[in-house]
Design a protein around this ligand. Structure first.
Ligand code: SAH
Length: 358
């Protein structure tokens, strides 16, 4: 473990063990736990039920978390905020808060960078740095939750999507530990049904998640319905081809009875063709599923463009005639590069550095 220990990396048991090693009773650990996750404390000074001596000891031996905000952008309508955080080792992660009428959704990262190398994804274009710890994943949520508790206490975080930087199933254990703590009734207490984990299609992760007792939603980033095209867009498809992904998802549905989402970034002339729509319908017909269509968010490392309205409508009508439920996702924060990995790309590009508000 990193020194000093970050409290947000610890389970309640681990926190109790730490306190026990200091000669403190277990209820003290529970008080700190509730301060961190329910009262959303950002500092030890706020933990007024603890003695001064204990607060001092905590400050000497531990930190709460490790994220420092480095840059922030807000969409012109103010409803989407994107944060770039820096970690002590220089790794950077992005997180987004999207406000809707009745929801506050935070989109968080599970890795600094990503090794999956999807051609159209800004994170993939920037390469992989490292896995995040459970605490580093959780702290992204708490950052926004703490702010909302002050600025808008009636509207706390209502949904969490693991769709920021990184491949969640390439960091499975830390992601699941974070989900459990965010879900814990004594912790952050957000229902697992309000969380969605999105995978590029790592088959072993899909199988493992099916065996967990967590009601989290699963999304699978498909983007192509033939191996030939998917190999180009999502290179990990060469290792886990469509047939394997689909059979793992079928098993997942059989076991959990939960609806799975398939993500599809619509790229003009590439995967928005009638052939791909028919192939997709064929591939997932009869499954308890839903297709999430999202027009491509253009990135500097990929020449593709978002599909036009007409092509989107044609694509959807093919899905509809095959009775495949689908929705077109609003493109949130397109004016602030809120797509995955784009703020980091921009902040770190010297040509454009000046235009980022800090
Ligand atoms: N690695 C995971 C989660 C992170 S990416 C996954 O692959 O699902 C979250 C979603 O954003 C994925 O569906 C991903 O394919 C999509 N995405 C990445 N770059 C995009 C872009 N430029 N435009 C639209 N969607 C994009």
């Amino acid at each position: 473990m990193n020194k000093p220990a970050a409290l947000l990396d610890l389970s309640l048991d681990e926190l109790q063990n730490l306190f026990q090693s200091w000669g403190e009773p277990p209820y003290r650990a529970k008080q700190v736990w509730s301060r961190l996750y329910q009262k959303l404390a950002a500092s030890y000074d706020e933990m007024t039920e603890l003695s001064r001596a204990l607060r001092k000891k905590l400050a000497q031996e531990t930190v709460i978390g490790r994220l420092t905000p480095r840059a922030e952008q807000r969409s012109s309508d103010g409803q989407t905020r994107k944060l770039l955080f820096v970690l002590p080792d220089g790794a950077q992660v992005e997180s987004v808060l999207m406000s809707y009428e009745r929801r506050r959704t935070t989109c968080i990262s599970t890795q600094a960078g990503c090794a999956m190398n999807c051609s159209f994804c800004a994170t993939g274009q920037g390469g992989f740095q490292r896995n995040l710890t459970s605490g580093e994943i959780i702290e992204q949520v708490l950052f926004f939750a703490r702010e909302l508790a002050i600025s808008n206490p009636q509207s706390p975080i209502s949904n969490i999507v693991f769709m920021g930087m990184g491949e969640p199933f390439a960091n499975y254990d830390q992601v699941v530990a974070a989900v459990r703590r965010l879900n814990d009734p004594q912790g952050f207490n957000l229902g697992a049904r309000r969380m969605t984990v999105s995978t590029v299609g790592l088959v072993q992760g899909i199988r493992k998640l099916a065996s967990e007792d967590i009601q989290i939603n699963l999304a699978v980033s498909l983007h192509a319905a033939t191996d030939e095209l998917r190999n180009q867009l999502v290179p990990i498809n060469k290792r886990y081809p469509l047939s394997e992904i689909i059979s793992a998802v079928r098993e997942y549905i059989e076991r959990t009875h939960r609806r799975v989402s398939f993500e599809w970034a619509l790229i003009e002339g590439v995967n928005d063709t009638p052939e791909q729509a028919h192939a997709l319908a064929q591939l997932i017909k009869g499954m308890l599923c839903h297709v999430n269509l999202i027009p491509l968010n253009p990135t500097s490392g990929y020449p593709g463009a978002a599909s036009t309205r007409e092509r989107i409508a044609a694509f959807r009508s093919i899905l509809e005639s095959a009775n495949i439920p689908n929705t077109l996702r609003l493109r949130r924060g397109i004016d602030i590069q809120a797509g995955c990995g784009q703020l980091r790309q921009r902040v770190n590009s010297p040509m454009r550095n000046g235009s980022v508000s800090k």
